[in-house]
Design a protein. Structure first.
Length: 305
């Protein structure tokens, strides 16, 4: 997949698609309007709570679909940029060897574009085409750096343009750049390895929260409700749907925030966590829509709520 540059126009398009997708599930609400109205509860401090599982699922799907367009673009762009970042070390090494073999700078660029596969090769070919159409090496490389907004690319372009224009020991400069980028890449890989367990901890936390919610509802709240309806120690029966809804909403909130935290940990960008929020939200929706089935399977539901 090519890199999708999000200029102002495309950002508006992505936002528009996100809004349309987010609104789409809401058109299902009229089909369940009677159930939704009957499920309305007024809890403490006058807070209105809609306990209908269908209604809450529809709202959750709206959040997922609203996040989906940007999360897909961001995920694909990050893979594209990561592939470029990974090949910068070998690129500088190969470029230096090609020039050492007697090629001109432009010929060396063209040669290395054929040797290195992937996104970096595609971008180098675009640079070469622009040069063939009359653009200077500097302008073609700066256009590349402007379009691919990556700090490592911007540094690489400065090194390439300076080395090309200054001449001299260009091979030594390129070899030093290759070593530098290999060291940076090794550092990034080590950092990812260290951070990965912390990201997984957030996923595990949401699963633990769902498990605790399940235990609270089916091993605590429902038995207390059962005891109250049978004239036991509790005079007032518990409103189980309200408790389920509160736990559902809190799970959605935890999944949404947790996903963005994962994105911040892994990439340094909070927005990159949208894909993780979608995954966690999907887990929460599936869990709560299959909760009663799971409860019946382990035979701890004394009554039908």
């Amino acid at each position: 997949m090519p890199y999708i540059y999000l200029d102002k126009k495309r950002k508006v398009m992505v936002a528009s698609v996100s809004i349309i997708l987010a609104l789409t599930p809401l058109f299902m609400i009229p089909f369940y309007i009677n159930e939704i109205i009957e499920s309305i509860r007024v809890i403490g401090f006058g807070i209105i709570l809609v306990t209908s599982l269908k209604f809450n699922t529809i709202l959750s799907l709206s959040i997922i679909l609203g996040l989906l367009p940007y999360s897909i673009i961001d995920f694909l762009n990050r893979r594209y940029l990561d592939a470029i970042d990974r090949d910068l070390g070998p690129f500088f090494k190969g470029l230096g060897e090609s020039i050492r073999a007697g090629m001109t700078f432009t010929e060396a660029l063209e040669n290395i574009a054929k040797v290195i596969f992937g996104p970096l090769s595609n971008e180098l070919k675009k640079v070469i085409v622009r040069v063939e159409f009359g653009m200077t090496i500097r302008d073609a490389l700066e256009d590349f750096a402007e379009r691919i907004n990556l700090p490592s690319i911007q540094r690489a372009v400065v090194i390439l343009t300076t080395a090309h224009e200054s001449g001299g020991k260009i091979v030594d400069v390129l070899d030093a750049a290759a070593e530098m980028y290999n060291m940076i890449r090794a550092y990034e890989e080590e950092k990812r390895t260290i951070i990965a367990p912390y990201a997984w901890t957030i996923y595990i936390a949401i699963l633990i929260y769902l498990f605790i919610s399940f235990i609270l509802i089916y091993a605590f709240f429902i038995p207390l409700h059962y005891m109250a309806t049978k004239g036991g120690l509790f005079a007032v029966a518990l409103d189980i749907p309200s408790y389920k809804t509160i736990l559902f909403h809190s799970s959605i909130l935890e999944a949404l925030i947790g996903g963005f935290i994962v994105g911040k940990l892994k990439t340094g960008k909070t927005a990159s966590g949208a894909i993780h929020s979608i995954i966690m939200l999907t887990i929460v929706i599936i869990f709560y829509n299959s909760m009663d089935i799971l409860g019946k399977m382990i035979h701890i539901i004394p009554i039908s709520i």
